[in-house]
Design a protein around this ligand. Structure first.
Ligand code: G
Ligand code: G
Ligand code: MN
Ligand code: NA
Length: 254
């Protein structure tokens, strides 16, 4: 398979880059954090969508070296921004199930933080319900160890998977991310608004921060503000951009 062969080469040749999408605190109007999103610009295939190559990498195991590379790069970027004098910002990294359950993730994270000299509170890990489904007990043990290390945990794409409310009760989560499918029609669909509202109430009651994804318009942002959502992320604020764009983002938001 062409894509598979190219992906192996891409790992060796480090053809990936990380972009960063900002999150805005609705209440303060300030930058609330960043999400690191991987991009692959293949010399032979051009831009390959992350959906496509992450899925393949999860199947063939390449997600393990790719995921480790992402963790290192994100933490190096946190360190670089701090050296450039920016106020410290938390960066979220997406983890796939394989990386979470089939590697020594806790050891890797500890190693990355140590090597890059980043304080754990500035690293957030985004997990999805698919991780928990595969092995609830192991997920809980790993999350507990990460929490004790001081790393933050967010539950991504919330509401899309086989969400069990028991996960929310038993996992040490700092944040819930409302899936963008509920945000898309929030201005016209009362059902989406009701779901978003319920997620905010649920997360709030459990002491979590609520982040809405895929916010593309001021009207969506206004409704989320009325629902008491904490943070928003999406094209309305900014698409994912290179690390060097942080200065502009600060200028625009602050
Ligand atoms: O950036 P974009 O919306 O195209 O991302 C598509 C999908 O790829 C999303 O589900 C996102 O979570 C996932 N993704 C992006 N970057 C990473 C990454 O570094 N690791 C993992 N595991 N998934 C990622
Ligand atoms: O699964 P995850 O939530 O990590 O996926 C994030 C994906 O959402 C990224 O691929 C990113 O490019 C995409 N994204 C970010 N903001 C928006 C937005 O406002 N609208 C849409 N449709 N996609 C977005
Ligand atoms: Mn995510
Ligand atoms: Na998401």
């Amino acid at each position: 398979l062409l894509l598979e062969r190219e992906l192996h080469l891409a790992v060796e040749r480090q053809e990936f880059i990380l972009l960063y999408q900002p999150k805005l605190s609705i209440k303060t109007g300030h930058l609330a954090g960043m999400e690191a999103l991987i991009r692959w610009n293949s010399p032979r295939l051009g831009q390959v969508s992350p959906q496509e190559f992450i899925t393949l990498a999860e199947e063939n195991g390449l997600i393990v070296p790719i995921g480790e590379w992402v963790l290192y790069r994100a933490c190096e970027q946190i360190q670089r921004w701090q050296q450039e004098g920016f106020p410290p910002v938390t960066v979220a990294v997406n983890l796939s199930a394989r990386q979470f359950l089939q590697t020594n993730l806790v050891q890797t994270v500890r190693q990355v933080l140590e090597t890059t000299q980043v304080s754990p509170e500035y690293l957030e890990l985004e997990i999805t319900e698919t991780i928990a489904i595969q092995n609830v007990e192991l997920t809980q043990v790993i999350l507990q160890e990460l929490r004790e290390m001081g790393v933050k945990i967010a539950l991504d794409d919330f509401g899309m998977g086989y969400s069990s409310l028991a996960y929310l009760k038993n996992f040490p989560l700092n944040a819930l991310k409302i899936d963008r499918s509920f945000v898309q029609d929030i201005t016209t669909q009362l059902s989406d608004r009701a779901i978003a509202s319920a997620i905010v109430t649920l997360g709030r009651g459990l002491g979590m921060k609520i982040v809405a994804e895929g916010v593309e318009t001021a009207e969506q942002m206004q409704i989320l503000s009325e629902l008491d959502c904490d943070e928003i992320q999406g094209y309305w604020l900014s698409p994912a951009r290179p690390g060097e764009a942080l200065g502009e983002i600060y200028q625009r938001i602050a």
